[in-house]
Design a protein around this ligand. Structure first.
Ligand SMILES: Cc1cc2nc3c(=O)[nH]c(=O)nc-3n(C[C@H](O)[C@H](O)[C@H](O)COP(=O)(O)OP(=O)(O)OC[C@H]3O[C@@H](n4cnc5c(N)ncnc54)[C@H](O)[C@@H]3O)c2cc1C
Length: 549
């Protein structure tokens, strides 16, 4: 007797074993614009790998079997370790092999741009393991303030080998680093940190301290070392705190708990305590801890923008793939006029995010490899702008892309629901490393620097006279960036500069249709929900550019 009641029809084939670089025309064009001589082979190899069935499986498993704290061993000795599923390690190995962490610092010009594009691409495979990868990338400029530590740790941080073993740093083939700023009483205002650092002499790594206190958010606690803020006699200072002391004993970093988070599942985020015998070494000057650690924070902010742009692209690809196979009311969803509007609008947002994030990466690259004053100003101003605007758009974007998949988009089904995972991941990039308001306020600080108006005018010049809405909004800027913007308007200013810079970039390395639709839909009026592109928009041209080939 048959128990079949119906046939399952109208379902979408999995999107698997696709070269995600070849499929991503906007990324290719942005990369070529910012770095004409980029290494195409590198990107095709990465594109194949991140789009493979094997990587999709690793991403699912690493997010299903999430990290577990082992605070003590079987007989009660404190060990403070976190165990991960083997797929987490496989993803970490891939990210290090593709040089997404500390390697650009030892490469020539262009290294930061390639790394940024590769970071975006990898995000489409799995974003949460990129937390320690990003921190390891970002730490180098801050760590340079301690030459002895840089000499000892630099090669391991730039090694393309991932070494998961919990061993003293000298015994490992590759190293990773994290950061500890946020405490229970505050994360934005880190000057309120209460962790204490008492001077304990000096050794080969410089001035040594004994650290007592806690950190309320301390991600990737299995990293080999951390930059930590603590109050010393000279004020709030930046300390290097390794998991092992130079004598080969474990440095007490007591992991109290792992956070039970909304998303970001494969990555362990912990709460830790330092018990007074925890050793730390000074990086930079006593009392200058905040600017010192912000040399790291500025780069993790770049990665928040890159990561969100990568997640948008992943969500868009899934939405396009789905709607091109699913029928409703006698037609493919992708052929329904209103769905075309939604998809085209999502495509515009994704390309604009890619363009802005990669532009910021170029300014990082330029200011690391030369004395270009224009690029230094652009880097300073675009860091909070890109982090604010791209990340702020992420959560709404994920919701809309999920809706394109209908009910199945909302379903997890043993970790197979990639769209649900994207949705849960999206908000984190907006919160950590400085939440939205903090970024907008940082923009006001950046505007106090010299020549900001001139640098932005130069950045926007290619699109001047090309679209009436662009010219109208751009003409308001000089009066608004003279340093007098009141705090309550800081988000509005950050949004408007972001949109103008995005438009100017689309003018330079996208199509006329994309530029015109972006300006027409975003510069004259506030964007609210997606799918409000006006009549006459060339939807097919926009979708043709966005469709994975
Ligand atoms: C998954 C995850 C991992 C993390 N990992 C780490 C880590 O590894 N290391 C680490 O140090 N931290 C980490 N964080 C902490 C994160 O950086 C902080 O949560 C963040 O900086 C905000 O600090 P807070 O939570 O104390 O919020 P608060 O500082 O209390 O801020 C709350 C809200 O108030 C706003 N606000 C604050 N000041 C102002 C103002 N003057 N005007 C207007 N609005 C304001 C903020 O924008 C924010 O929206 C992590 C957070 C998450 C979610």
């Amino acid at each position: 007797m048959s128990n079949v009641t119906h046939e399952v029809t109208n379902q979408v084939e999995p999107l698997v074993d696709v070269n995600l670089f070849r499929a991503n025309r906007p990324l290719q064009d942005a990369l070529r614009f910012n770095l004409p001589a980029f290494d195409e082979d590198r990107f095709h190899a990465l594109g194949d790998e991140v789009g493979s069935a094997a990587m999709q499986r690793h991403a699912r498993l690493a997010n299903t079997f999430t990290p577990a704290l082992r605070s003590h061993d079987r007989v009660g000795r404190r060990i403070d370790q976190v165990e991960f599923h083997p797929s987490y390690h496989a993803l970490m190995e891939s990210a290090c092999r593709h040089r997404l962490h500390g390697t650009p610092w030892s490469e020539g010009p262009g290294g930061h741009i390639e790394r940024a594009a590769a970071f975006m691409l990898f995000t489409e495979a799995e974003p949460s393991i990129l937390c320690p990868i990003s921190m390891t990338y970002a730490v180098t400029p801050a760590l340079r303030a301690n030459a002895a530590l840089t000499a000892a740790w630099g090669p391991g941080l730039a090694s393309a080998h991932y070494d998961e073993r919990f061993l003293p740093f000298g015994q490992k083939a590759g190293l990773t680093m994290g950061m500890g700023m946020t405490e229970k009483q505050g994360g934005s205002d880190v000057r309120a940190n209460t962790t204490q650092a008492h001077a304990d002499g000096e050794d080969a790594w410089g001035r040594r301290y004994l650290v007592t206190g806690h950190k309320w958010f301390f991600s990737a606690p299995m990293c080999d070392a951390f930059l930590v803020l603590a109050q010393s006699a000279g004020g709030l200072s930046c300390l290097f705190v390794p998991r092992w002391r130079p004598d080969g004993s474990a440095n007490p970093i007591r992991i109290q708990r792992l956070k039970d988070k909304l998303g970001n599942g494969a990555n362990a985020s912990s709460e830790v305590e330092f018990d007074g015998s925890t050793l730390g070494w000074l990086v930079g000057d006593e009392g200058r801890g905040v600017p010192q650690i912000l040399a790291m924070g500025a780069l993790t902010r770049l990665d928040c923008a890159l990561g969100t742009a990568g997640l948008m692209r992943q969500a868009l690809t899934l939405a396009l793939h789905h709607t091109r196979q699913r029928m409703a009311f006698g037609k493919l969803l992708s052929e329904q006029p209103l769905m075309k509007n939604v998809l085209a609008d999502l495509a515009l947002e994704s390309e604009a995010a890619t363009a802005l994030a990669l532009r910021l990466a170029r300014s990082v690259d330029a200011s690391e490899h030369g004395n270009d004053a224009q690029e230094a100003v652009i880097r300073r101003v675009l860091t909070p702008i890109a982090k604010f605007w791209i990340c702020k758009r992420g959560a709404g974007y994920a919701q809309e892309a999920m809706e394109c998949l209908g009910g199945n988009g909302y379903v997890e089904e043993g970790g197979e629901g990639v769209m649900a995972r994207i949705y849960r991941e999206m908000p984190v990039n907006s919160i950590w490393e400085g939440a939205g308001n903090i970024m907008a306020l940082d923009l006001l600080r950046a505007l106090r620097g010299a020549d900001v108006a001139a640098a932005l005018a130069q950045e926007l010049a290619p699109a001047r006279g090309e679209h009436a809405a662009f010219d109208r909004l751009a003409s308001t800027l000089p009066d608004r960036i003279d340093g007098s913007t009141d705090e309550a308007q800081a988000r509005m200013l950050a949004r408007d500069i972001a949109l103008l810079v995005q438009a100017a970039l689309l003018r330079r390395h996208s199509t006329d249709a994309v530029f015109a639709a972006f300006c027409g839909s975003r510069l004259d009026r506030a964007a609210d929900v997606f799918g409000l592109l006006p009549a006459g928009t060339p939807f097919d041209a926009l979708l043709e550019r966005a469709l994975p080939r």
